[in-house]
Design a protein around this ligand. Sequence first.
Ligand SMILES: Nc1ncnc2c1ncn2[C@@H]1O[C@H](COP(=O)(O)OP(=O)(O)OP(=O)(O)O)[C@@H](O)[C@H]1O
Length: 275
Amino acid sequence: MNAPQAFPQLDLAPHIRIDGVHKAFETGGRIVTALQDIRLDIPRGQFTCLLGPSGCGKSTLLNAVAGFSLPSSGTITVDGRQITAPGPDRGMVFQEYALFPWMTVEDNIAFGLHIKGMSKPEIRDRVGGLLSMLSLGDFRQRFPKDLSGGMRQRVAIARVLALDSPIMLMDEPFGALDALTRRNLQDELLRIWSELKKTILFVTHSIEEAVYLADRIVVMTYRPGTVKRDLMVDMPRMRDPAAPEFNQLKRELGVLVMEEQQRHHTDELRMAAVD
Ligand SMILES: Nc1ncnc2c1ncn2[C@@H]1O[C@H](COP(=O)(O)OP(=O)(O)OP(=O)(O)O)[C@@H](O)[C@H]1O
């Protein structure tokens, strides 16, 4: 008799589950609903971009996943455990680098490892590997003020990678960089992501950036922030921004984002009239 055929176990449980998340802020006596009933299951290893114009709740959602600012209602779980605070399973990269100005590049990268109590030889090995992975070897003794924006962001990424968090949360990390540096870092990030198999949640308001990077794009609405469109990007990497399918998707997303941009604009005019 033949032995029963073994099938590989598929990892069907989401890495991150965002379930009915709602977030309201009180500001100047008014309640602002930043997020309303957000539901997303994010599989392990997926590169997801949150896309939308200013004010649609992208950072609020990212901060909730980071555990910096918890939802007013609804839950967020990572590997089935509810998030109640920041944790080492989630590394965050901000637009404003957030480096310690008094520390060298290598000390910035090593900082979290000292806090974790890792031994000096282990720290030396890990930091050495990251310096070479991010082409920072020649800059190890420099201070942040002596680096370009792109180099500072490399250090910020290396610092998060040092902690080996399975999830990387990135809030417009390349928003302040010039176009060429931005493309270089996008390529580096794709290389690192495919090598290290991280789950990435990446906030951007750049349609081109989302189409270039993402497996999945979640377009958000302006106030309240809801999911307007949730789509998979079925294009092989490295993607060619000049390719017809790339531009077709950019156009489709452009229509969706412009609708929300228009709602933002109308809201601003209404608020100005009230003031
Ligand atoms: N701490 C806060 N207090 C009051 N309102 C807030 C606070 N944080 C965010 N908001 C409001 O919540 C809404 C969503 O803001 P959020 O920063 O998440 O949007 P965003 O899509 O990330 O925009 P941007 O791209 O400009 O950062 C906005 O209307 C914003 O004014």
